[in-house]
Design a protein around this ligand. Structure first.
Ligand code: FEO
Ligand code: CA
Ligand code: CA
Ligand code: CA
Length: 603
């Protein structure tokens, strides 16, 4: 590698320079629109958004807060009508309510109910606008899933005693989904969504005295008293001291069928319980389904689930029912990575070892399959419900915060964003290894691996780092061997996506280089491998999420613009401008003159 070639198909745009503008900045020759923003109507009868007079019943019909994952599911061959499925990860009440209405120490019950309704997912129909971009329309598919929507628990741990509560003695019915971060569209047209930092909603873990229970809670980040949002004041299920098992009912991959607005969403126990960043599928050589998912915490793991049953092609009701049961049974694995360079060459500075690559081999360690556990001291249901503790015992590799993981549809390799880990190499913490090669890793890296014989069911693989992110002018970065004076700086990779050509697109969260976050493209094969180019930047305080990249349309979720400044003196006024408070929103971007409205059928 190392010789720049011609413009790479799919990345032929002029890179946007790093900036701190309170705007979505796109390349010259491109146009953009806001597709939908927090508070916009999703369901019939949704009142017009009023920042000063929000209600829970309005919010339950409106687009939720802090959009993260975006799934775009075409409904016709011209992609004219589409379903847009969006996660609403979390709320920051001090930015959502006028300062004179919200007392963080004493939220009202109505404010708590608004926040619960602002979580979950939205499904909307979005059509191609002849003027460009996507436009949301009223439709029978439009749906809100909130912190109160009923889910069915499925898979080997459904009905477990660990999942039973006073409100649900069956352990099979959960109200709501929380902290839905990234996700994936399945080959059968449903959406998987990861429940990530669910720990923050549960109070009073500090009052638990049973050491076994306390250890489990602590491993999942629960140790404190009151929560920031104080939902526990209005509903005991958020209080671990009163409802000890409710917390076990979060931390799952959930599945939503956007094609049927009356379908009951599912929580899949076979995929394990941790801070699921996302879930993306690759079909194995023999037609089964592999699901990749990262656990986004410093020093946590990368997992894979392989189904027992085989995927059935086609859209018949029979095929859909069959495919929607595939995630009920299979084998759950956790990843171990081994480097191929001598340990003394991995010094924690990011300097490449003498073989010129951070690379090596790895294996998938089975944790459980159906009702059988492979982990000493854990029943199968304990493996699924306390997955982190089970994985701790089998020698899995502690990673630098695994975020989104996706298979590349063109080259078949798998790509994972490891966003950062400032604790790597700190006193009492694990130091650098070849797959996490920098101590005090502030800028993150991108990992790729190839399953043996390209089969997603394989239990061994070969891996390499594609990018060691940061300022290309510093020695501790690596851009796939591409000349570093010809790339955009990139920091804190979070969500990943692929275009039709197999180029990787990376969105960032928490840019540690002093500019706003953004979206970047990078070819992964050929002479331009590693040529990172910035496609857009997002407004002040925002992270970039949910990229979708089609031939003529790019979608991003602009999450938490202006976060943390408080509603009285917002630091961002995007997207409404003027003195308006900021609103998380979905943006579509297209090249002038290259967008196909669908209505006229040009392809
Ligand atoms: Fe919600 Fe790991 O990002
Ligand atoms: Ca090496
Ligand atoms: Ca994320
Ligand atoms: Ca994030």
């Amino acid at each position: 590698p190392g010789k720049p070639g011609k413009p790479v198909p799919g990345t032929d745009f002029d890179a946007v320079a790093p900036n701190t503008a309170d705007a979505v900045v796109i390349p010259d020759g491109y146009e953009q629109n806001v597709v939908i923003r927090w508070g916009d109507a999703v369901l019939p009868g949704a009142p017009k958004f009023d920042f000063h007079r929000q209600t829970a019943s309005a919010q339950a019909k409106q687009f939720g807060y802090n959009n993260d994952f975006v799934g775009l599911i075409p409904q016709d061959p011209l992609n004219w009508r589409n379903l847009l499925v969006v996660n609403h990860e979390y709320t920051t009440e001090t930015d959502m309510f006028p300062a004179d209405q919200y007392d963080p120490e004493n939220p009202t019950e109505e404010q708590v109910r608004i926040a619960i309704a602002a979580h979950g997912l939205s499904v909307v129909q979005a059509v191609r606008d002849p003027r460009g971009g996507l436009r949301v329309v009223p439709s029978r598919y439009n749906r809100r899933i909130t912190g109160e929507t009923e889910f069915e628990v499925r898979g080997p741990a459904a009905g477990s005693d660990y999942l039973k509560t006073s409100a649900d003695p069956t352990g099979r019915k959960v109200l709501g989904t929380q902290n839905n971060c990234a996700g994936g569209v399945t080959p059968w047209g449903t959406v998987l969504s990861g429940e990530e930092n669910f720990n923050q909603y549960f109070a009073n873990a500090s009052s638990v005295t049973d050491p076994v229970v306390a250890k489990r809670l602590s491993r999942y980040g629960l140790s404190g008293g009151a929560t920031t949002r104080k939902w526990e004041r209005y509903d005991d299920r958020w209080d671990v001291a009163k409802e000890p098992n409710e917390v076990n009912r979060f931390g799952w991959v959930v599945e939503i069928d956007p094609n049927d607005p009356h379908s009951k969403p599912v929580k899949h126990t076979a995929l394990g319980r941790f801070k699921h960043e996302a879930a993306n599928i690759k079909i194995t050589k023999d037609g089964r389904v592999a699901v990749y998912s990262g656990d986004d915490e410093r020093f946590d793991y990368i997992y894979k689930f392989v189904s027992k049953g085989r995927y059935k092609k086609g859209k018949s009701a029979h095929a859909r029912r069959h495919n929607m049961a595939l995630l009920d049974e299979g084998t759950l694995y956790v990843a171990r990575f081994e480097g191929n360079s001598p340990a003394e060459e991995i010094d924690g500075t990011g300097t490449l070892p003498s073989d010129g690559e951070f690379d090596g081999t790895g294996k998938w360690i089975p944790l459980a399959s159906g009702n059988e556990s492979y982990v000493d001291g854990f029943t199968a249901e304990e493996v699924y419900i306390f997955t982190r503790l089970a994985a701790d015992t089998v020698g899995a590799t502690k990673m630098d915060r695994p975020e989104d993981i996706e298979p590349n549809p063109v080259n078949g390799r798998i790509y994972a964003a490891l966003t950062n880990n400032s604790d790597r190499g700190a006193a009492g913490k694990p130091g650098a290894d070849e797959v996490n090669p920098r101590n005090g890793n502030r800028n993150g890296h991108i990992l790729e691996w190839e399953e043996k014989r390209g089969d997603a069911a394989a239990t061994t693989f070969e891996w390499r780092l594609l990018l060691v992110c940061g300022d290309p002018a510093t020695a501790d970065t690596y851009f796939g061997g591409f000349p570093k004076d010809q790339v955009s700086p990139i920091s804190c990779p979070d969500n990943v996506a692929f275009d039709r050509h197999g180029n990787l697109w990376i969105s960032t969260d928490g840019n540690a280089l002093g500019a706003n976050d953004g979206l970047f493209s990078v070819p992964v094969d050929g002479p331009n491998r590693g040529q990172v180019k910035q496609f857009l930047t997002v407004p002040v305080g925002a992270e970039t999420c949910g990229p979708v990249v089609t031939d003529d349309l790019v979608l991003v979720a602009v999450q938490h613009p202006g976060e943390g400044a408080g509603a009285a003196e917002p630091e961002s006024h995007w997207p409404d401008g003027g003195k308006a408070n900021p609103r998380p929103a979905i943006v579509s971007v297209w090249r002038k003159g290259r967008f196909h409205s669908g209505r006229i059928g040009i392809r």
